[in-house]
Write a new protein. Structure first.
Length: 276
């Protein structure tokens, strides 16, 4: 009898341990799902705050009063959005160098300003022109048509058509990742201008144009130096108190589109987030 009681007690103990393990496993799983859900919710909040920064920037760019209108020269604007910090920067696309319209000298000037040796900068500028033009003739200085890409072991050749995005520049023969990262903020395909607007261009673009960069920093309270071209890049960064952040980088053309009530047409819309 005692032996049976001992066996029964041992079985009960094993059952208790098994049930305890199942309960602990369930509790851990529920905790993880709760944390994941909470993190996703905070990510949505940060993303919407960044979106609010873009929409507010649009409203300020549409201001008729120059004193109230935001300047599209890259200065930063900090917005109060509850406990969330939102920082917005706006730059007119006319302040940038247009990949489809700029002359080789302006393109090579940009690369030289970013540290490229003159000969390499000129070759790369020629390769950009060969990428966007519709012929198979290499530029007199530098340049790269299909045979040059084949010799470099690349599976593609010159596009022989205009750039559709700044990111396409990474495929041009001779472009290095570090140089692309440095050049991309100063480039566009949306202005259509052979030269940037010197009134709102940054120091690097001014130097590439052969002009003297501004010696004085931008006055954050100064009114806009230009009425604006109507096409703007907007960077909006939102950070929650817990450190979670969201980044929205867009290019907008002011004016409605097919959607009723729209005030702008998005040309590029890129969102990202991170938790730190």
């Amino acid at each position: 009898m005692n032996r049976c009681r001992g066996a029964a007690l041992l079985l009960v103990m094993w059952l208790v341990l098994l049930l305890s393990g199942l309960v602990a496993s369930y509790a851990m799983s529920a905790r993880i799902e709760s944390l994941q859900g909470n993190g996703a919710a905070r990510g949505v909040v940060a993303g919407e705050a960044a979106r609010a920064g873009v929409e507010y920037a649009v409203s300020r760019l549409m201001e008729q009063d120059p004193k109230q209108r935001w300047a599209a020269d890259g200065r930063g604007y900090q917005l109060p959005f509850g406990s969330t910090k939102v920082m917005v920067e706006v730059r007119d696309e006319a302040a940038k160098i247009d990949l489809n319209a700029a002359a080789p000298a302006l393109l090579s000037g940009l690369f030289e300003e970013l540290g490229e040796p003159r000969e390499r900068a000129q070759r790369l500028a020629g390769a950009i022109v060969d990428w966007r033009d519709n012929d198979n003739l290499s530029q007199a200085v530098g340049g790269a048509e299909d045979p040059a890409y084949a010799s470099a072991g690349l599976a593609w050749g010159a596009k022989d058509a205009p750039f559709d995005s700044v990111a396409e520049l990474e495929q041009v023969l001779g472009m290095r990742p570090a140089l692309y990262a440095a050049a991309a903020p100063h480039l566009t395909m949306y202005s259509g201008n052979a030269t940037p607007d010197a009134n709102i261009a940054d120091g690097i673009v001014l130097a590439a144009m052969g002009l003297q960069p501004r010696s004085a920093p931008i006055d954050p309270d100064a009114p806009p130096a230009s009425a604006g071209s109507g096409t703007y890049s907007i960077d909006s960064r939102a950070r929650l108190p817990d450190g979670r952040s969201a980044h929205l980088s867009v290019v907008l053309r002011m004016g409605g589109n097919a959607l009723p009530g729209s005030t702008y047409t998005p040309l590029r819309w890129q969102a990202g987030s991170d938790a730190r």
